[in-house]
Design a protein around this ligand. Structure first.
Ligand SMILES: Cc1cc2nc3c(=O)[nH]c(=O)nc-3n(C[C@H](O)[C@H](O)[C@H](O)COP(=O)(O)OP(=O)(O)OC[C@H]3O[C@@H](n4cnc5c(N)ncnc54)[C@H](O)[C@@H]3O)c2cc1C
Length: 339
């Protein structure tokens, strides 16, 4: 009997993690991507790369932390650039009650005083009286992580065909996994775009070992350190589907907040300004949906692409295995927790 053919559409974080999970389970798979190179036209290219389930627990559904926590090991096993040094949350003295409220809504953190903070991040010495330290969190550079996944797929003989625009109904495969992000709205009408904007700066005089969130009344800003003195400053979250460049207001707010974190950011060079639309379902949780006997849609990663893609991919792989065994697959996955 001929081997069943399986095609993943989209080489963003959803598509590449799904393809790798499938390949690791011995399923022959191929990826098609309409961009001409990795990252082109992909929301995943704009991400900060924080793997911060317990910080997210303070402001999102509990599923995000439950599904996201195991992804730190998933990335560390597949991408050596995964940095496990935790993350910090700080605030201006006038906003300390916000930090207390944030702490009340989550777990797996330590309160640290100014002295401990200076030990963790010498560049923040004397700048904040208290902070929350989440020692078990991690971060990665999304662009390097995507490249590492592509290389792993290549090692396993999985082809990624760039410059191929595909529609799930027309793809000549036994099973299609649709990971087109927001472009899948033709099949998933409740998918919406949530605009996010970010700035990358080069600040060789600043050294941060881990992501730092600055609680802020309007923008929950974060700064993620990358190699070569680069820092990603993100991200706005705007209920708008406007594409196009970063607005002056957003750039000013992001850069101002970075300056608040450390005045040396005032001397940094702006390397990149970027914006994209995060694909989100109404409950802001990802899902795997099956709408025909051969097409699975994996989508809705919202602002948790790197955090939740491994859980989404695992669900896709389980669904594919059950389709191959001709069992009735699940309708909508991951399942919401039962109350
Ligand atoms: C500013 C910003 C900051 C963010 N920060 C974080 C963060 O810190 N941590 C985190 O986990 N997440 C973050 N996110 C969210 C994350 O980027 C998204 O959740 C994630 O990228 C969505 O991945 P995806 O694979 O579903 O979509 P995409 O990355 O958009 O991938 C879809 C792919 O499908 C391709 N495609 C579309 N149509 C077709 C077609 N017809 N044929 C072939 N290919 C097609 C596209 O070209 C694209 O490459 C951030 C997002 C933004 C915008």
């Amino acid at each position: 009997m001929a081997k069943p053919t399986l095609i993943v559409i989209g080489a963003g974080v959803a598509g590449l993690t799904c393809a790798l999970e499938l390949a690791e389970r011995g399923i022959a798979v191929e990826v098609v991507e309409r961009g001409r190179a990795l990252g082109e036209g992909s929301c995943s290219w704009m991400a900060g790369g924080m793997l911060a389930p317990w910080c997210e627990r303070a402001t999102t559904e509990p599923e995000v932390a439950d599904w996201g926590a195991p992804s730190i090991d998933w990335w560390a096993e597949r991408f050596p650039g995964t940095v496990r040094r935790g993350s910090l949350v700080v605030t201006q003295p006038r906003d300390v009650p916000d930090l207390t409220r944030f702490a009340q809504r989550t777990e797996r953190f330590e309160w640290v005083d100014a002295e401990r903070l200076a030990g963790l991040e010498p560049d923040l010495a004397g700048r904040f009286r208290r902070a929350l330290y989440f020692p078990d969190e991690a971060h990665l550079d999304p662009r390097r992580a995507l490249a590492a996944l592509a290389a792993r797929l290549q090692e396993r003989g999985v082809a990624i065909r760039f410059g191929v625009e595909a529609a799930p109904s027309d793809v000549p495969a036994d099973i299609v996994v649709d990971c087109r992000g927001l472009a899948a709205r033709d099949a998933l009408p409740d998918l919406r775009g949530v605009r996010g904007e970010m700035v990358v700066v080069r600040a060789p005089d600043i050294s941060l070992q881990r992501p730092v969130r600055l609680l802020h009344p309007r923008i929950p800003l974060y700064i993620v350190p990358r190699a070569d003195g680069l820092f990603m400053i993100g991200a706005t979250m705007i209920e708008s589907e406007r594409r196009g460049p970063v607005s002056v207001r957003s750039a000013v707010e992001l850069l101002n907040a970075a300056y608040t974190l450390h005045p040396a950011f005032g001397e940094a060079e702006i390397v990149e300004l970027g914006a994209d639309l995060r694909p989100a379902f109404p409950d802001n949780l990802p899902a795997v949906r099956q709408k025909s006997d051969r097409v699975l849609h994996a989508n809705g990663l919202f602002r948790h692409g790197f955090l939740l893609a491994p859980a989404l991919a695992r669900r896709v792989a389980e669904s594919v295995l059950s389709m191959l065994q001709s069992e009735t697959p699940h309708e909508d996955l991951p399942q919401r927790r039962r109350a």
